[in-house]
Each structure stands twice: as C-alpha cells, then as structure tokens.
Design a binder for this molecule. Structure first.
Ligand code: MN
Length: 325
C-alpha cells in the first residue's frame, strides 16, 4: 500500500545513486514549482550532478529573476536518458504536461509534492498533503542531503514559501514556515527586493486586464458568489498574457460578503480556464473535481470546452447549488 508521507531519505538515496537528473515543474508554473526546481538544481549541482530543467510552459516574468530560471527547457519528450527524473510540486502525471514522456527515458522516477490528491505516481514519492508549500519540503530534503543554505537557494525557497502561503496569510501556514523563514533570513537574502519583484510591480497590461475583470464582476447566489469573466478580446486589447490573470480571482473573494469566487477566462483552442476560490469553511475542490479539474480545498482550477458563457453558467450553477445546500 502506498501511503502518503514525506520520504526525504528515499529521495536522497535516489539522488546519491544518480548522475544525470531531470527536474520537472508543473504546467502553468507558479512560484512554488519554479522556486522548488531551481533550489533543487542548486542543491544537486553542489553534489556534482548533471541537471536538466524542464517546464512545459513559460516561467512567469516575476519569477524569471531567480537564479537559473533561464535554464528551463520546454520538453520534446525525446530527451534523455536520465538516471533520475524528479518532479517538484506536481499533483498528478497530467500536470507534468509534455514532461510526462520523459518518464520512459528515466531509470528511476521520483517526486516531492504537497497536494493531498497526489496519487503517488512515481517510483519514489515524498508527499505531504499538509505542507503549505513544496519549498518547505525542499528545505528538509537539503538537510538530509547535507547541503547548506545560501542566498541563492534562500531566494528560490522564499519564492515558493511566500507565494503558496499568500505571504504567510493562508490558513495552511504553519509554524514550520516561520522556522524555515528564520533560517532563510540568516543567509541575508534580499527580502524587500524579492517582495517588490514578486508581489508589487506589475506590467501595464496586467493592470489593464484587472480593470476589465473588475468591470465584469457580478454577485450571484444572494451575493455570496463573485463571478468574473475575461474574453480573448479583453486579453488582446490589453496586450495581456494568460499569466496576467492569475491573481485577479482574489479581488472577488476579498469583497465583503463573498464566500466563493470564480474567474472564467477564454484560453487557447476554444477552452475556458476557471480559477475557483473559497473562504473557509467553504471549499471548491469538489466542484473542480466534478468538472475534471482539481486543486486545494480553497483554491482550485478547471479547464473545459467553451464557449465562455455556457461553460461559466455550468460552473456557476454548481456553485449556487452548493451555496444553497
Ligand atoms: Mn505548491
């Protein structure tokens, strides 16, 4: 029986046996998966491993300042062979995108993750569904490997820790976050500059897109459900990219009286991408799962076929049903 648990010793053993290592992030990469992979790259290079980084997607601009971010390759699926493939923050095999094809070119597969829906899809799994960020598990992993912290690794781990905990504000934030933060601070990494780049500065296109989304804001379900939509035309006229919509959903949730929020955006090839959020004790991952998506209880996503209005109406109907229940 596979049970979900942290297994830093198992991962360390696999790393020690390997020379060539492929590190894999999830699709639609965020600060935790990118920060985690880049920290792990620095750790593995200290151990003289030959490391290749794969991400099926574009690293968001705000995190492209991290050391090594330019080294990510978009997988073709034919690369390798690798002694070890190690995915970081990937909740299921589909979330590897085209990197999943690298599994067959890898002698051993392993993962470090923190999603409690993870089906443990690698040979070696170190998964803790209660950890608020995978970067927390990377800190533990480097202790087991005997690699010390430095400023660059701290910057990478901070990126994951701060983004996945909403700046240490989500209910998922644990004492361990602050213990690790204390260690990161000892390296002298530039906290205020990191915060400026990660959380404050935004491209003009993103601010314009935010305006469009707020213009679309509606309150349904007795005012408890906030709904926003963005069309392809909105993206085009603002000059915005998909990543520019990533945090907009929070404005709906932050409105007083709102318990659930949805942002529906037209994406590539006639699909619609949904970001769903909920205030505790409300959750949205069951709604996401119902439509073939997934995620965390209070933050989930769905991708489904369009058109936008029809898809949004379907998801909204489920949200309203849940709110009435
Ligand atoms: Mn994460």
């Amino acid at each position: 029986m596979n049970t979900m648990r942290r297994n830093p010793e198992g991962i360390a053993e696999a790393i020690r046996k390997a020379h060539t290592v492929a590190l894999v992030s999830h699709v639609n990469p965020d600060g935790d998966t990118i920060g985690g992979v880049l920290a792990m790259r620095l750790i593995l290079e200290k151990l003289h491993k030959e490391v290749t980084l794969f991400c099926d997607g574009k690293v968001p601009d705000s995190i492209s300042i991290l050391p090594g971010a330019e080294l990510f390759r978009v997988p073709e699926g034919t690369e390798g062979p690798f002694d070890l493939l190690l995915s970081i923050d990937v909740s299921d095999e589909n979330r590897m995108g085209r990197s999943a094809a690298l599994k067959k070119n890898s002698r051993t597969t392993a993962q470090i993750d923190h999603h409690d829906t993870n089906p443990l899809f690698m040979d070696i799994n170190s998964v803790d569904g209660t950890a608020p960020a995978v970067c927390l598990l990377i800190r533990e992993q480097m202790k087991v490997l005997g690699v010390p912290l430095n400023r660059d690794i701290a910057a990478c781990l901070y990126t994951g820790l701060s983004t996945d905990t909403g700046n240490f504000a989500y209910a998922s934030t644990t004492k361990e976050c602050f213990e690790v933060m204390s260690e990161l601070m000892d390296t002298g990494f530039d906290l205020s500059e990191m915060n400026r780049i990660l959380f404050r500065v935004k491209p003009r296109a993103q601010i314009r897109l935010l305006g469009r989304a707020l213009d679309s804001l509606q309150f349904r379900g007795n005012g408890k459900i906030a709904v926003m939509t963005l069309t392809r035309k909105d993206f085009e006229e603002c000059g915005a990219l998909s990543e520019h919509a990533d945090t907009i959903v929070n404005y709906g949730l932050d409105t007083i009286g709102t318990e659930m929020c949805m942002l529906a955006r037209e994406a590539a090839e006639g699909t619609v991408k949904f970001s769903l959020r909920a205030k505790e004790p409300m959750c949205v991952n069951d709604i996401a799962l119902f439509f073939g998506g997934g995620g965390h209880p209070q933050a989930s996503g769905i991708t489904m076929a369009g058109p936008l209005d029809e898809a949004a109406a379907k998801v909204l109907a489920e949200m309203e049903k849940k709110m009435e229940a």
